[in-house]
Design a protein around this ligand. Structure first.
Ligand code: FES
Ligand SMILES: [Fe+2]
Length: 431
């Protein structure tokens, strides 16, 4: 539970808000690299409540600029991306990727005032198939976002995105809540070919979670006890401010998780990037860390699990199964095939999180033992906002904290995950 004041503080991200200023200290995913072609159409991007436009110039550089022209504020989304700059279609003013006005054709020769104009432009970097922008104070930029998943070859990586119509934090909270997986995402028996979880995921009593604070956020171990006396331990990492990584090593079938005891060094994860207070962009990735690349079937499986199979997305990455159509919940399927009746694992997450309303009122909650990772995460964030307000640096930005790995193993019942599994989380997964 949070007080109404803390709930406001922790969810709102506009410039000048406590969380907004904290967010601005990290690299923010702005677009997928594939969305921006050289001299291609500019893209509207909303980040932390700011309306921006992204484009890739003739030299391949990416600009993320204020959406509105400095002249009379026409949208540069309409602009012409040509010859190393974005030209406003209203009167022809043209900007480079750093927001400099490089042509002002409406002014008489010698009377231009180009040098006095600078459009807001954020530094960008590309890693892992994602364009990242830094919107924070100059001189406080963190190291490049060299996450373990972002530095594997493209052949070993999958990344996609989808628009989620609720506040970023209630979405992120689903990412550090292992207990829901065996319920919300459950499939029932062999009746269905829908992606989902069965077998050892659906124990009647779900998990025992242990949370350990780290200098980048927290890691937590989620333990499920198996009928044969062993236990299945999965490690999740929460990395400030909105990243979650989870293990995907145990035999992963094409219709979801299976329980073959075959470990593939791979992980998956999500980022819930605030567009504004009531919308976020959900980025999801999978990375293989060994020699083998991701196969076409595995990519397709990830897309299907993510609810982004063929025909599943509308314009602007909106889900076809969105809140206006009650996520297309199918009551017959809910009785016979899937626990939720909603198709697609990510769509199931989006449905419950969007169903809470645009910003959930956390003063009404009743948290239990399996919400521990959520509670610790909120405290880390509330502390980090105080740190920023006192002029300090939030967790992780001072040194690179990107090289962590999510792991899982089935261990003997009396094994200690701290000695058996934890060390693997800080070692290259392929080793
Ligand atoms: S509004 Fe853009 S050039 Fe005039
Ligand atoms: Fe989920």
């Amino acid at each position: 539970m949070l007080t109404p004041r803390d709930n406001e503080r922790i969810t709102r991200v506009g410039r000048g808000t406590a969380m907004g200023e904290l967010m601005r200290r990290y690299w923010m995913p702005a677009a997928l690299s594939t969305e921006l072609a050289v001299d291609g159409a500019p893209l509207r991007v909303k980040l932390l409540g700011e309306k921006l436009v992204a484009f890739r110039d003739s030299a391949g550089r990416v600009g993320v600029l204020d959406e509105f022209c400095a002249h009379r504020c026409a949208s540069l989304f309409l602009g012409r991306n040509e010859d190393n700059g974005l030209r406003c279609v209203y009167h022809g003013w043209k900007y480079d990727v750093e927001g400099r006005l490089i042509d002002q054709p409406t002014e008489p020769p010698g009377k231009e005032f180009k040098d006095r104009i600078r459009l807001t432009a954020y530094p960008t970097i590309e890693r892992g198939g994602v364009v990242w922008a830094y919107m924070g104070p100059a001189g406080r930029m963190p190291p490049p976002p060299d996450f373990s998943w972002a530095v594997v070859p493209e052949s070993h990586r999958f990344v996609e995105k989808s628009w989620q119509e609720c506040n970023w934090l209630q979405a992120l909270e689903g990412g550090v809540d292992s207990a829901h997986v065996g319920w919300l995402h459950r499939t029932m028996g062999s009746l269905t070919s829908d992606p989902g979880v069965g077998g050892i995921w659906s124990q009647p009593r779900t998990t025992a979670d242990e949370v350990e604070e780290t200098d980048y956020g927290h890691l937590y171990a989620s333990t499920r006890h198996l009928a044969d006396g062993r236990k299945w331990v999965r490690i999740y990492h929460f990395i400030m401010p909105f990243h979650v990584q989870f293990a995907l090593e145990l035999g992963h079938g094409e219709s979801g998780w299976t329980t073959q005891e075959r470990y593939i060094p791979q992980a998956s994860g999500n980022m819930w990037v605030p567009m504004d207070d009531e919308n976020c962009m959900f980025y999801t990735w999978t990375a293989k860390y060994g020699v083998e690349p991701l196969t076409a079937a595995e990519r397709e499986c990830r897309a299907r699990i993510g609810g982004r199979g063929p025909g599943e997305q509308l314009a602007n990455y909106r889900k076809r199964r969105n809140k206006d159509v009650d996520w297309m919940i199918d009551r017959a399927k809910q009785r016979t095939a899937t626990f939720s009746g909603v198709d697609g694992i990510a769509t199931q997450d989006h449905a419950v999180q969007e169903s809470m309303g645009p910003i959930v009122d956390r003063s009404r909650e009743h948290l239990g033992a399996t919400d521990r990772a959520v509670v610790v995460m909120r405290r880390i964030m509330l502390d980090a906002m105080n740190t920023i307000e006192q002029g300090g640096d939030p967790p992780g930005v001072g040194n690179s904290y990107y090289d962590v790995f999510a792991r899982e193993r089935i261990l003997p019942g009396d094994a200690d995950w701290r000695t058996e599994l934890r060390p693997r989380c800080f070692r290259k997964a392929a080793e």
